[in-house]
Structures are given as structure tokens and as C-alpha cells.
Design a protein around this ligand. Sequence first.
Ligand code: AN7
Length: 348
Amino acid sequence: MKKGILRAYGKYLPLTADTPALSLCEGDTPLVPVCNLGRELSVNLFAKYEGLNPTGSFKDRGMVLAVAKALEEGARAVICASTGNTSASAAAYAAAAGMPCFVLLPAGAVALGKLAQAMIYGARVLAVRGNFDRALEMAREGAARAGYAIVNSVNPYRLLGQRSAAWEICDELGRAPDWLVLPVGNAGNISAYCAGFEFYSELGLLKSLPRFIGVQADGAAPLVRGAEVDDPQTVATAIRIGRPVSARTARRAVEMTDGRFMSVSDDEIMDAQRELASSDGLFAEPASCAPLAALLRLKREGELPKGLTVVMVLTGNGLKDPDSARSRVRPPEEIDGTFEALSEALGL
Ligand code: AN7
């Protein structure tokens, strides 16, 4: 039964008697065997289906703790900058906690579903003429001046809660996967996964850590390039980030596990999205398909060893951004409402 992160993993989280028992029943997401693509890639492939969280992304795991702590500590409001998913999650949990929520989005660069979520959950939404990195600087300054709790991943509770995804994977597999492949934007999630696996390893629950493969988009790949990107560009708007806050811990995760950062093109991302949906029935937003794009590339180049157990993290639901998916497929054929028209269309 779904209990939410604070109940399921409370013993590993910094809860006190005064921490409110906030929950939208986040977490406990399925680890789906991706059979058809796994066969094509000759690996034992799983998808951690984070799009099934209450607001449709992995952000809920850390947001529940960050907002509960904000409430416990007496914050008057929460504030965040976001490429979309953080804002949807912050707005939902603030609503559940009865707190005001302020959201700064890069104007015109957020998928429609995410924008609609932040608004319907009742957040005050501001569209900043500038990119995500600028919006985050503004949110940090606003939080410091007003005494609001900032709920971006600069808030340590966010990453502490996000470790739960690593724990669920280990609890289910009985060990860590050989590889963990995930999209990297602000680099919080890869840092949280690493901390989660390390924590289990310290508890004696794991013998080895997975190799981390962090995937960025070609136009927004500061960790691949080793330099900040001033004007990040990609169809995967969730990871359109040029100055990742958690760059240092992300590098550590990759170096420590002999992993790597890679970047993939927008075309590879969109092809991977369609492959994942049409081969295995999983619809994830573009950013979440960067890992599959990377695996397909490694396979083509003969760099994907056979027989590995690989988990790719589907960080966000495909329904968040229907426009980008629809733009890559043929529109439906319109036909008359007659059996003859149906016969003709389907060759019956
Ligand atoms: C679907 O919502 O940064 O490397 O403001 O929405 O932890 O940043 C979202 C990031 C991957 C990257 N996949 O995670 C935001 C935001 C999806 C995302 C990432 C994001 P991090």
C-alpha cells in the first residue's frame, strides 16, 4: 500500500515529533521491465516510472519533505524557480499544507501541462523574461529577503527525500543495478540517487554502487563540456539548464562509480521518446527519454556490454508535454462518419 515517503522511509529522514505528516501518497513507483527495447539492447532493462507520482514527476519525493519542514519551521510561504516540474510539485504540496506558493518560470519555455498544474494548484505564477538559471538567482534572493522557504534543490530536504527512489530500486531488485541512467539538469537528482545508494551501502544493504550515466541535451550540456552554458537550448525544456547547482556532487557520483556524462541531440531524444512509447507502451516527457537515447547510441557504437541490469529513470510523465510529442508524429486522418470511409481508410 502506498503510504507516502515520510511514512515509508521516515526512519531514514530527519523527521521530528513536530514534522507534519504531509502526503499525497508519493513514491512507491513501479520498476517496469522494458522487455522489447531491453531485448533489442541485449540488457536487462527497467524503467523507474517516476511519472506516476502524484504530480507526474520525481520532484514529489523531495518536495513532500521540503514543504513539511517549511511548515514545521514556521515559514510563511514557499518559493521556487522551475523549468516546470518543481513548480507543479511545490504548488501541489503547498496547497496540501495550506501555504502560499510563489513560482518563477522562464517565460515561454515551460511545457503546457506543468504550467497548468502550477496555476490550478493555486500558486502565484510569474513568467520571468530570462532563462531558468536567472529565475533561480531571483528566487534565492527573494526567499532570503522575504524569509520564504526556497524549495529548489538548494534546499537540503529536497535531496534527502529524493534518495528514496534509490532505496525503492534496491528494495525491489535486492541489489543495486549495474547501471543507473538518468537525465541531468540542475544535477540534484543524480546527487540524491548517489547519496541514497551510498546510504544503503553504509547500512550494509548493498555490496556495490551502480555506475552512473548522467545524460544531458547537446544544447544544455555543462557537465559534459566542463563549462557553464550561458544560453542553454533544447526541446527537453525540463533540463534546459546551463549552471547546475549540484554540479560538484554530480561529478563526484560519476567519478566515484566510474560512470560518465553524455549528451544527446534533440532528434535522438524525440526518436527515443517515440521508441519507448511505441515499443514498450511507456510515455515519458522528452527530458526523461534522454537516457534511452544515450543507451541506443552506446549500443550502436558497441559500448553497451551485454547482460547488464540497467535502470533508466523516467523522471516525468509524457502527458506533461503533449505538444512536443504530437509535433513528431503524423496527425490523425479525418474521415467521414460512414462504414465505407472506414473500409477505405483501413482497407477492410
Ligand atoms: C522531467 O522542475 O529543474 O538534474 O525546475 O523535470 O535534478 O535538475 C526539473 C528537472 C530531469 C533534471 N527530468 O533533474 C525543475 C527542474 C525532468 C525534470 C530533470 C528535471 P535535476
